[in-house]
Design a protein around this ligand. Structure first.
Ligand SMILES: NC(=O)c1ccc[n+]([C@@H]2O[C@H](COP(=O)([O-])OP(=O)(O)OC[C@H]3O[C@@H](n4cnc5c(N)ncnc54)[C@H](OP(=O)(O)O)[C@@H]3O)[C@@H](O)[C@H]2O)c1
Length: 270
């Protein structure tokens, strides 16, 4: 039985792969109509066919590079031109670049901020007023366990995810009593292309035992449930919960020195 509770579609960014694709299945399984966003139109089309076939929902494919100037604005304009309403916004699309900040190409740094921070901020900022006016809506922002502490060798990535968690927490308080909720999903290392790409450059990461990695399907399920119940922060997996709690209970100098020591043992410094 469907537990669809909101009018309008669920717009999912980064729906063509990984956690976003699994989130699309979760929402479809529960009867939600969707708008699927990423750059790869063919992958989104295949997903649309599967979702419509198996779960009998309606899915629209809207290919968009969200790092392009006005990419998020163009996407929302397309949604409005089709007279569609966004009942739930899932800001999932993200990229990760590893290595020392001094060696990070400016173009890659900017792209990471454009996708992980600017696109998420712009989409949320454009969609939220209608939700508040309607008195209903949900936003699911995909952050990370990297949101809870600085991570040398993943410094900018962790900073973008700290931004996502901070904005989500602040909004959750601003939205009390409006009927709109916002959730930060904070996965640990999860078996997707994003991690496979880091593993290609890192012998140590490639040796990481499978049991340390979360399954994207489990992560998506936890994200879906947290979003629908209006929980503010969701950290899937016991080990990740312990790590996040530890980071928050220790003084900052201790956390950065411990994480700094551990990161210097890795081979992410190219
Ligand atoms: N995997 C992990 O260990 C992990 C852990 C914590 C948090 N996360 C977060 O979870 C989210 C999803 O990550 P994932 O591991 O599922 O990554 P993934 O498998 O690499 O998928 C990333 C998704 O984002 C889309 N995307 C990339 N660049 C885009 C752009 N410029 N415009 C629009 N869409 C774009 C990709 O589709 P196209 O290439 O077709 O555009 C793809 O659908 C990210 O925010 C990530 O930071 C991941």
């Amino acid at each position: 039985m469907s537990d669809k509770k909101h009018d309008g579609r669920v717009l999912i960014t980064g729906a063509s792969a990984g956690i976003g694709r699994e989130l699309a299945f979760q929402f479809a399984r529960n009867g939600h109509d969707l708008i699927l966003v990423a750059r790869s139109e063919a992958a989104l089309d295949d997903l649309r066919i599967e979702l419509e076939d198996v779960h009998k929902v309606s899915a629209l494919v809207m290919p968009q590079d969200l790092t392009l100037a006005n990419g998020p604005q163009k996407l929302i304009a397309k949604v409005r031109a089709m007279d569609e309403e966004i009942g739930i916004l899932v800001n999932n699309a993200g990229v990760l670049e590893a290595g020392p900040f001094a060696e990070l190409e400016t173009k890659k740094a900017q792209r990471m901020i454009q996708l992980n921070v600017l696109a998420l901020t712009t989409l949320t900022n454009m969609v939220l007023p209608d939700m508040v006016a309607r008195g209903s809506g949900r936003i699911l922002n995909v952050a990370s366990t990297a949101s809870f502490q600085p991570i040398p060798m993943l410094g900018l990535y962790a900073a973008t995810k700290a931004f996502v968690l901070s904005l989500t927490e602040a909004m959750s308080q601003e939205l009390v009593g409006t009927g709109v909720t916002v959730t930060a999903l904070c996965p640990g290392v999860t078996k997707t292309d994003m991690v496979a790409n880091v593993q290609e450059d890192s012998h140590m990461m490639s040796q990481m035992p499978e049991f340390f990695m979360s399954d994207p399907q489990d992560v998506a399920k936890r994200g879906y449930n947290a979003c629908m119940s209006g929980r503010v922060i969701e950290v899937p997996g016991f080990a990740n919960q312990v790590g996040a709690a530890w980071s928050q209970m220790q003084p900052k100098w201790l956390v950065r020195n411990v994480v700094g020591f551990l990161s210097r043992q890795t081979d992410l410094a190219k």
